[in-house]
Design a binder for this molecule. Structure first.
Ligand code: NDP
Length: 300
């Protein structure tokens, strides 16, 4: 029996997708412009293929022009760079996503940085990271997972987090840093913890909003959580599940969900919490980019 309210990320993501569909069709009616998303995948990694298939399918469902480029594992850096360049110049494409990780022989950083910032719907370009860091949330594109996690925080606490302590465990460019910036922009008092943090449980216990993005299964225990806190679990970890049969696995987050639920007031599950938000925010970023390209402001 859990005491905490469990946030249904699937439901929130579905509401984002509905808003994206409405905005997409309104833009097309008004300007004739159809939002376009290009997803690029290199190689045969099955997990990446499954993510890309979901993204392309969702883009179609949203009413976008959805293009998928599936390149062989032996694609060269130059070939990939050339494709990104052509997508940069294609006026029917408003969002470009290069699925990471790339095969080992390719260097992802120059590829990501060669995407035009206004088409960087993954929010990984330094221009977009810089806009977020300087508090410009109006003209940049925000990385999808932190944007999604922040939407869940807002559902609980509203727009203004004044007076609340937030602790983000994890400092990656992909998640921890942008998440901390979003919380700071919303007036929370933010601590970013990481593998060198001393006495992490004590730091975590100061949080009214505790965000875990570590990649360590069930690391955050009940006694790390301030009673009544909001806990956002970003981790996706696959662990052995012998109770389901030999060789079976299951997904867990970075938070020990069952025990944490007895202490937290609100918690996100894994799966079904932050995960579904990522793809929804990718669609939201694409429709925002399409509006901007048409000289319009995307609805909030
Ligand atoms: P990274 O590996 O890039 O970063 C992990 C961070 O956690 C680092 O800052 C690291 O610290 C810190 N860390 C690692 N071990 C510990 C520890 N024992 N104590 C304290 N801090 C620790 O991962 P990502 O940020 O990319 O992802 C984090 C998790 O979120 C993963 O499980 C990933 O699968 C998941 N994820 C989920 C997404 C979704 O769609 N829901 C999208 C993106 C990620 P240091 O910097 O000191 O090494």
């Amino acid at each position: 029996m859990t005491g905490a309210t469990v946030i249904d990320g699937k439901q929130v993501a579905a509401s984002v997708i509905e808003a994206v569909k409405t905005a997409t069709s309104a833009l097309e009616t008004e300007t004739g412009a159809k939002a376009g998303l290009a997803v690029v995948i290199v190689g045969d990694d099955p997990a990446s293929h499954s993510y890309v298939t979901s993204k392309s399918r969702m883009a179609k469902e949203c009413g976008f022009t959805s293009i998928q480029h599936t390149l062989p594992a032996e694609t060269t850096q130059e070939e990939l760079a050339k494709l990104v360049q052509s997508l940069n110049e294609d006026a029917s494409i408003h969002g470009i996503l290069v699925q990471l990780p790339l095969p080992k022989h390719l260097n992802s950083e120059p590829i990501i940085q060669s995407i035009r910032p206004e088409k960087d719907v993954d929010g990984l370009h330094v221009v977009n990271a810089g806009k977020l860091a300087t508090g410009d949330l109006a003209t940049g594109l925000i990385s999808c997972t932190p944007a999604g996690a922040m939407l869940l925080v807002r559902r609980v606490h509203g727009e203004d987090l004044s007076g609340l302590n937030a602790v983000v465990i994890g400092r990656s460019n992909l998640f921890g840093k942008p998440m901390a910036q979003l919380l700071l922009n919303a007036n929370a008092t933010v601590t970013v913890a990481h593998s060198r943090t001393k006495d992490l449980p004590t730091v975590a216990r100061t949080a009214d909003i505790l965000v875990a993005a570590v990649g360590q299964p069930q690391m955050v225990k009940a006694d790390w959580i301030k009673p009544g806190a909001t806990v956002i679990d970003v981790g996706i970890n696959r662990i052995a599940a012998p109770e389901r049969g030999e060789g079976k696995t299951r997904l867990v987050g970075d938070v020990a969900f069952t025990e944490a639920s007895d202490v937290a007031a609100v918690i996100t599950p894994v799966p079904g919490g932050v995960g579904p938000m990522t793809i929804a925010m990718l669609m939201a970023n694409t429709v925002i980019a399409a509006h901007r390209a048409a000289g319009k402001t995307a609805p909030k």
